[in-house]
Design a protein around this ligand. Sequence first.
Ligand code: MRU
Length: 359
Amino acid sequence: MRIEGKNYKTIWFDKNSKNVKIIDQTKLPHEFKIKELETVKDAINAIKVMEVRGAPLIGATAAFGIVLAIKENNDLNFIKKSSEELVKARPTAINLQWAVHRVNNKISMIKSEKLFDVALNEAELICDEDEKFSEKIGKNGLKIIEEIYQKKKNTINILTHCNAGWLATIDWGTATSPIYHAHKKGIPIHIWVDETRPRNQGANLTSYELNEEGVPNTIIADNTGGILMQRGQVDMCIVGTDRTLSNGDVCNKIGTYLKALAAYDNNVPFYVALPSSTIDWNLKDSRDIPIEERDTKELSHIDGMLGENKIDSVQIYPKKSKAMNLAFDVTPAKYVTSLITEKGICDASKDGLKKLFNK
Ligand code: MRU
């Protein structure tokens, strides 16, 4: 997708420097900065501090993290230890362990002099696949938007939470891919962008990327969606996911569940867009999903632009107050209208997923 008219991917390997390049998302929307990751420690840190974020992108970064580990030291123990640290960097999104296992499987029987090339090839394959899957999610989700448009014949209002845009993937995004496809087709759409406290991924990232692609959007405080739905000002919701269980339960950014409840109460269809790399086929009970609890400084402080060119952080809570910062919640399958995947659209249920993925 484009930034100031130029096409970018969120991550790529630079053959000259043999480093990995990323867009530093902690600086957006105020500053667009490309950062180089030289070591596996850099990759782990980028995931932890959310220079990269979003389930598919942290998976891809972890895959490249193994490539960087091999570049430093191709001893198998070092690769194993690095892989474990990469998986631990963020616990909730399944893509992280999925990508690390995938690269490790690929290199398991490979001679040491070939390890780097084989791992790099696999990391790049993960990125290419993710991009294709996101594009397919867009084409599949477009059918839903077209159906609504045929009935409404007027601007379609879509609510989204967090950033499940191209910045969270390699390109296109998951929740935003149907939106970009509809916009390119000329269907009039307008997006309600949940601010998404505390890290404000909606306001800082989703609105930013929609602006760059010329998609009309309005940022709303997280608690606004309910009244908009009651007033008939939301035609559909589309969100992403960090882990979807085989029974259709969806774990996503904190606040998704409350939006799904409001949508259910107001008969607003609630869609979840995901690539198959985000499905956890093993875990049976969503209460067993590790929910990341992050630093409370993300609540008590807020970053912003100070003057013309300085990004700074200010304290917004009483210093003595306690805070709690759970990063994700689970939306039970019964509140999800359908899942939009690269293979097609299905019920958020065991049967729905089983049929689509032949599992
Ligand atoms: O904490 P983040 O910013 O990594 O959370 C991201 C989300 O919750 C996204 O909605 C999800 O990963 C889907 S991304 C395609």
